[in-house]
Design a protein around this ligand. Structure first.
Ligand code: NAG
Ligand code: NAG
Ligand code: NAG
Ligand code: NAG
Length: 374
């Protein structure tokens, strides 16, 4: 039975060949006079330039529902106060657990607004103008599990964080500082998103992430790092470092991350010179993204890897025999061991100096390949 499945495999293989340079070009709009785009209106600078707040909605079944919010009758713990031109947080009733305040113009969190809401669990403050979150406010939110503060004007990670937090989203701010020890008691944190900020190498030391014993996803993409962070919590499964200026990776860097399965390093400055030979040959890794770097050869990979992105590098040649993570030998169709074939299913090689066809030895090695883009 097994041998029968295997014989079919090469036929199931679908090869997507997208030849570079054959992409469609936009058609010229012949004959029509091209209109000059009118310059966009300047962004409003001060709240006084903004449209007036929306009029209050219909009366709520809850007499304590702030007039700026919608309090659905069947979800007494939820308040929708998002996208309403709010300049400040309305006074929240004590039953509030889930509060949506995103897409407003809030620039400060006043203590009075949160005084009664001591059992908050989620608060979404994305897309506001918050510059700082005072310790005394977050200290009152000991039940908070989700804190969303994306797209604000924070310059540093808040100096106090509620100890039960599971998700902290701080992307798209101006963060260039992490107060020492701020994560030291944050053993429940699962997701830490700091992408699109102004973090540089000097911000990190060996103890920065100490205490994050349950962290699964760490996103540091789109910052100004030139080096890998000195330590990453051992529990991390997803590490995103795209769009930095990382040139090299220390020896055995990933050996201390036995749970790492998703690694993204797209848009960096990596070349062979900066990568010790077996850096990415780690058996926990399932997805490895190295597109838009300066690699000229395919780095050694592990047989367990399923997705490999090497597009937009400067690779001139691939040799499937050398790339194959397991001894390259003709397969014995009669006694076939399914665990002994490389698991690679998706391979991107486009945007390099390679030309189709896909070398036969790649297809011979990676029998589970479903898609190759060259
Ligand atoms: C806060 O709680 C106190 C005591 O339960 C209550 O008297 C007061 O009206 C509440 N304030 C608001 C704004 O809900
Ligand atoms: C909030 O936290 C307290 C302990 O600090 C706990 O007793 C209470 O059950 C929590 N409330 C909710 C809704 O989780
Ligand atoms: C990759 O690592 C495995 C052990 O996990 C080892 O057997 C293999 O030789 C390594 N590959 C290369 C190219 O060094
Ligand atoms: C690929 O590498 C193997 C082993 O290094 C070598 O024997 C073979 O000739 C190479 N194939 C090509 C097409 O260069």
């Amino acid at each position: 039975m097994r041998a029968w499945i295997l014989l079919l495999l090469p036929f199931i293989l679908i090869l997507v060949i997208e030849v570079n340079g054959q992409r469609r070009r936009p058609r010229p709009t012949a004959g029509r006079p091209t209109k000059r785009p009118t310059p966009p209106a300047p962004e409003p600078v001060e709240p006084t330039d903004l449209p007036p707040p929306l009029p209050p909605g219909p009366p709520s079944v809850f007499p304590d529902c702030p007039k700026e919010c919608y309090c659905p009758a069947d979800f007494p713990s939820t308040l929708y106060c998002d996208s309403r031109n709010l300049r400040k947080v309305p006074t929240l009733p004590s039953r509030a657990r889930y509060v949506y305040l995103q897409n407003n113009f809030i620039d400060d969190l006043q203590e009075e607004a949160f005084k009664n809401a001591t059992e908050l669990q989620w608060i979404n403050l994305d897309n506001n103008r918050i510059k700082k979150v005072e310790k005394k406010i977050l200290e009152k939110m000991d039940n908070l599990t989700y804190l969303y503060l994306e797209k604000n004007q924070l310059k540093e990670v808040p100096s106090y964080l509620p100890p039960r937090l599971e998700q902290l989203r701080l992307s798209r701010n101006q963060i260039s500082k992490i107060p020492p020890g701020v994560f030291s008691k944050m053993g429940h944190l699962i997701l830490l998103d700091l992408h699109h900020n102004k973090l540089s190498d000097g911000v990190f030391n060996k103890n920065t992430f100490k205490g994050l014993n349950g962290l699964i996803q760490l996103n540091l993409a789109h910052n100004i790092l030139r080096k890998m962070p000195p330590t990453v919590p051992e529990s991390v499964n997803q590490l995103f470092l795209d769009k930095n200026n990382i040139e090299d990776i220390p020896n055995d860097y990933f050996k201390d991350l036995p749970n790492l399965a998703f690694l993204r390093l797209n848009y960096n400055q990596l070349s062979e010179k900066g990568i010790p030979k077996n850096t990415f040959n780690i058996s926990s890794l399932l997805v490895l993204q190295l597109s838009h770097n300066k690699l000229s050869v395919v780095p050694p990979i592990n047989a367990k890897l399923e997705h490999l992105y090497l597009n937009d590098n400067i690779i001139e040649k691939v040799n499937g025999t050398e790339m194959c993570p397991l001894p390259f030998a003709p397969y014995d169709f009669t006694s076939f061991d399914f665990t002994s074939i490389p698991r690679l299913r998706y391979l991107r090689l486009d945007g390099n100096q390679l030309k189709p066809p896909i070398p036969l030895d790649i297809i011979m090695c990676f029998r589970l390949l479903q898609s190759v883009v060259i």
